[in-house]
Design a protein around this ligand. Structure first.
Ligand code: ADP
Length: 620
């Protein structure tokens, strides 16, 4: 073994990925070429960027990507004269995956080819896809500005070697030693077709060179796709460009390509993916657009151009005005940035609005809906627009329907209804069975069923839509149209004063007050919150995260027409009255989704009551 040669182990995640990938992408082998050409194109972009500060780096040669085929030796190589890699970069880049959450993500793989290939598609495999078709991969590279070449080699099993290399010029050559079952990729016509399919839109020439043939062949058209006019680009080309950009395997749901001229000049090409990346919920995961200035690549993940809640958008922005030496810090201070950001945000929202008119909106909503809700909370300027894009489960038609918009709700509002009603709950089942809905249901009034973790914050931020107030049906002050809204709570209580007083006395440590309810039909009681109290959902979340909250007691509402309440009212035995009162409250709390402070006491009371009934039955 040469003195400078080291054998190193892949990071565990890489090892897992390699194993899974060969299996799950077996029927999608050809994508390796797209991934390698994408990497080569990125490397050329990065070289051009570094050359802005150090022009000497660029040299005489045109930035070019070459695909070399040697059928006899069963070799396919992708060669670039881009940025190259140093020894340390090589070890980092092709030995580890620096994306937090990867290990957990890989755990979700099942061994089912279809399922796994979809998951891997969202993750993006990049370089490692070479092992789908190769049983050995050799990478020869030299970092621009260095003069030491390095060679990396691996059979994709668990280890790789690093040694001094023989490459004479900057850039990278990735050589694949093709497996027996990958012979199709030795056919020049097949490769030419693949290059055209995958790389026509790349801004660098891609040249095919076949061993023993003199002529190199320029295969792609070598103009960056976003620089072309919209009418010249086919849907398939847009889709391929998206895959190149995002390393996603699936087609995007939609895109929007625009050139802005005038005071500020820039082009943007924005895509909505079909599936969420595995780290969508990691608010620190890399995100943002690819920034070019006058066609020169400047940076990946330029997050300044879109708000955080649009972190799922992929795309390119190419500015004619920003200085070529723009850095993240300079970008932040640029007077153009705010205007571009709000224009790009508007583009995305318009694109979603359009999407919402078609069949693809359901799938979009399932993947990204909760992220849009963040927008309603964070983006005041676009709140109403975003609210129009929200979808909810509701009680429409007395039932339980999904994906309803606020516009649909408003269009169905009953005569005299001027509010949008909603209920917050931890689960759909709790919401739909909630006693709070009874009277509204009776009156045919539709209620939004809000069960996302973010919903209590959403309703905190969204007080009205289309001029209609959003109203929580579990708040004290609910007044229902056509109901007894005109009668005050005090007046309603008056009639049952002695009972309320007695119950309040028994439950004084557990409830704020006891009222006669106007929202119940079938249930004897429910709990509601004071109008300025935290909702119980937010309370529970804050408590679960360890926050100490000031004590707050619910308001108990009883249904004066309910037989159980009548029985309570008629109960002469003091102790039984107390126990029954506690049980009524316990049940109201349970139905709302609360946990009882003292479940054992409840069980004890309940058992006693059951035995009591039994006793009655026997003595009858
Ligand atoms: P990704 O491209 O998604 O970052 P890859 O696994 O494809 O992931 O590549 C990992 C890293 O290796 C790249 O980010 C890049 O830094 C480096 N790399 C890969 N191919 C090349 C190349 N041809 N030239 C220079 N660097 C490369």
């Amino acid at each position: 073994m040469a003195e400078n040669k080291e054998t190193l182990g892949f990071q565990t995640e890489v090892r897992q990925l390699l194993k899974l990938m060969v299996h799950s992408l077996y029927s999608n082998k050809e994508i390796f070429l797209r991934e390698l050409i994408s990497n080569a194109s990125d490397a050329a972009d990065k070289l051009r960027f570094e050359a802005l500060a150090k022009p000497a780096l660029l040299g005489e040669d045109e930035l070019t990507i070459r695909v070399e085929l040697d059928k006899d030796k069963r070799r396919l190589a992708v060669v670039d004269n881009g940025i190259g890699m140093s020894r340390d970069e090589l070890i980092d880049n092709l030995g580890t995956i620096a994306r937090s959450g990867t290990a957990e993500f890989l755990e979700q793989m099942t061994g089912d080819q279809q399922h796994d290939s979809q998951l891997i598609g969202q993750f993006g495999v990049g370089f490692y896809s070479a092992f789908i078709v190769a049983d050995k991969v050799t990478v020869d590279t030299m970092r621009a500005g260095d003069d030491a070449a390095v060679r990396w080699e691996s059979d994709g099993e668990g280890e790789f070697t690093i040694e001094n290399g023989a490459r004479k010029e900057r850039g990278t050559r990735v050589t694949l030693h093709l497996r027996e079952d990958a012979s199709e990729f030795l056919e020049p016509l097949r490769i030419e077709a693949l290059i055209r399919k995958y790389s026509d839109h790349i801004g660098f020439p891609v040249v095919l060179q076949v061993a023993d043939e003199d002529e190199d062949k320029l295969v792609n058209s070598a103009t960056a796709l976003w620089t072309r006019s919209r009418s010249d680009v086919s849907d398939d080309e847009y889709k391929e460009f998206y895959k190149h950009l995002s390393h996603d395997f699936a087609d995007p749901l939609t895109w929007s390509h625009n050139r802005v001229e005038g005071k500020r000049e820039y082009t943007s090409l924005l895509y909505i993916p079909a599936t969420a990346p595995f780290d969508l919920w990691n608010r620190d995961a890399p995100r943002g657009l690819k920034l070019y200035v006058q066609r020169v690549f400047i940076m990946d993940d330029a997050e300044q151009f879109l708000p955080l809640y649009l972190r799922f958008v992929k795309g390119v922005v190419d500015s004619s005005d920003l200085p070529l030496n723009v850095s993240r810090e300079l970008l932040q201070q640029s007077p153009d940035l705010a205007a571009m950001r709000s224009a790009l945000t508007k583009r995305v929202l318009d694109m979603l609005k359009k999407l919402a008119q078609g069949d693809d909106y359901g799938p979009f909503w399932n993947e990204f809906g909760s992220v849009l809700k963040e927008g309603v909370i964070e983006d005041h300027a676009n709140k109403e627009k975003l609210a129009g894009l929200l979808r909810f489960a509701t009680t429409h038609g007395g039932g339980d329907v999904q994906d309803q918009s606020l516009d649909e709700y408003v269009a169905r509002m009953k005569e005299g209804q001027d509010r949008i009603y909603y209920i917050l709950a931890e689960s759909h089942a709790t919401a739909i069975a909630s006693p709070h809905l009874e009277q509204l249901r009776e009156q045919g009034m539709e209620v939004l069923l809000l069960t996302d973790r973010i919903d209590p914050w959403l309703t905190d931020a969204l007080h009205e839509y289309d001029g209609k107030a959003l109203v929580d049906v579990a708040r004290e002050a609910l007044d229902l149209p056509g109901g007894d809204g005109s009668i005050s709570q005090d007046a309603m209580n008056e009639e049952h004063k002695p009972l309320l007083k007695k119950v309040r006395k028994v439950l004084r440590d557990r409830v704020e007050s006891v009222n006669v309810s106007r929202r119940l039909v079938d249930s004897p009681a429910c709990v509601v919150s004071g109008d300025s109290d935290l909702s119980p959902q937010i309370r529970r979340m804050l408590e679960a995260s360890g926050q100490a909250l000031p004590e707050s007691k619910p308001i108990l509402e009883i249904n004066a027409d309910h037989p159980l309440v009548a029985r309570l009212s008629a109960e002469k035995d003091e102790q039984r009255f107390e126990e029954l009162s506690h049980i009524v409250l316990d049940h109201a709390l349970l139905a709302e989704g609360s946990q009882l402070d003292n479940p054992a006491a409840y069980v004890h009371r309940m058992n006693k009551l059951l035995l009591d009934i039994e006793g009655h039955a026997h003595s009858d």
